[in-house]
Design a protein around this ligand. Structure first.
Ligand SMILES: Nc1ncnc2c1ncn2[C@@H]1O[C@H](COP(=O)(O)OP(=O)(O)OP(=O)(O)O)[C@@H](O)[C@H]1O
Ligand SMILES: [Mg+2]
Length: 346
């Protein structure tokens, strides 16, 4: 089925133009944005508009497999390469030859595997596990992530050279709350689609006031969340109570101070930010980027401190548990000001 990107916002229009410009070039592309924002949809559109359509489209989820399995999944192996390798297996790189290799959740790939991937992208060939022969690879690599790769690069979690190699073209999909003008168009599109799809007489089309309510919601789960809420409304109806319940259950309030905005309860994790409450004078100068950085630092510090304490400050063990490099761990210890107990050794 042909993929279609709905929306009228500047962000979406720019992305449509970019897709047209990039589709036939085969330039490595990275697509970034929050969860549910449409990254995979953009990858499908790129593929469908490219001259590689009809050739293989192969997806690898880099977050779904442990490192060693991901490596053999990507590059394949020869018979007898390791215990249990009963016959030769073609890796995803080989399967995608001539077509597109979609590396989803690239931000979750470990540093050692990042090096191997870089090697393949530089040389245009790879070597399956246990093989002595390298295999040529002509694949268009498109990657997606909901991580902030630039930030991870600065922290040592993502290789800079790989980042530049992958992101010849970079496409950023803004969250739905930053392009509210797209919401009514998406709602109409999905109402039409679900009316056809559900094929039942009891379908309930959302009222105008329900559509307005949905258009004003902040959609933390972006388009995927909107789809789910719409499906439920069309089956269960969009009565006042039902709407409150649906939007409430779409994003349960987190612990912390809360404020009521247009009838909805929002929560602020003030404790995490180290500020007193919604009226705190700090709040006026707290940009969202800064909030995110502080929250992330705080969580990272707690987790790393905990692991170091549990391993008796054995940094090598800690890197394995945390799945980060030794260099990154040392950087984090310094940057987050994590102090060892008086007598710790490695
Ligand atoms: N602009 C859009 N127009 C039409 N459908 C959209 C749009 N954006 C997203 N969708 C739809 O929303 C759903 C979620 O999108 P998608 O799977 O591409 O998100 P994602 O960014 O890859 O999310 P995740 O990070 O969770 O993997 C899909 O069904 C997709 O087709
Ligand atoms: Mg996705």
């Amino acid at each position: 089925m042909k993929s279609e990107i709905i929306g009228v916002s500047q962000n979406i229009q720019k992305i449509r133009d970019l897709i047209d410009q990039v589709a036939d070039t085969g330039l490595n592309t990275v697509i970034c944005g929050e969860t549910g924002v449409g990254k995979e949809l953009v990858v499908q559109c790129l593929y469908q508009k490219s001259d590689r359509v009809g050739k293989p489209f192969v997806k690898v989820n880099c977050a779904a497999l442990p490192d060693s399995l991901l490596e053999s999944e990507m590059f394949g192996y020869e018979q007898g390469a390791f215990t249990g390798a009963e016959r030769r297996k073609r890796g995803k790189f080989e399967q995608a030859h001539g077509g597109v290799l979609f590396l989803d959740e690239i931000g979750d790939m470990s540093l050692p595997l990042q090096s191997k991937l870089l090697h393949v992208l530089q040389g245009g060939e790879f070597t399956p596990l246990g093989s002595e022969k390298s295999v040529k690879s002509d694949t268009w690599v498109i990657a997606a992530t909901n991580h902030e790769l630039e930030e991870e690069m600065r922290n040592g979690g993502f290789r800079e050279d790989l980042y530049y190699r992958l992101s010849t073209i970079k496409i950023y999909l803004a969250p739905l709350r930053d392009r509210p003008e797209d919401i009514p168009h998406l709602i109409n599109h999905y109402i039409e689609q679900y009316t056809r799809q559900f094929n039942t007489k009891n379908i309930s089309i959302p009222s105008q006031s329900a559509i307005e309510k949905l258009s004003g919601y902040h959609w933390p789960g972006n388009v995927r969340e909107l789809q789910n809420v719409l499906k439920r409304i069309m089956i269960l109806g969009s009565g006042e109570e039902n709407m409150e319940e649906l939007l409430g259950s779409a994003s349960p309030p987190k612990a912390g101070n809360s404020v009521r905005t247009s009838g909805r309860e929002f929560s602020m994790p003030m404790d995490l930010l180290g500020i007193d409450g919604p009226n705190s004078s700090d709040l006026a100068s707290l940009s969202l980027k800064e909030v995110k950085r502080k929250a992330l630092d705080r969580v990272e510090k707690e987790v790393i401190s905990y692991v170091l304490q549990k391993t008796g400050w054995n940094r090598s063990k800690a890197t394995k548990i945390l799945n980060i490099s030794y260099k990154t761990l040392l950087y984090k210890i310094k940057d987050l000001n994590i102090k060892p107990p008086p007598s710790s050794t490695d």
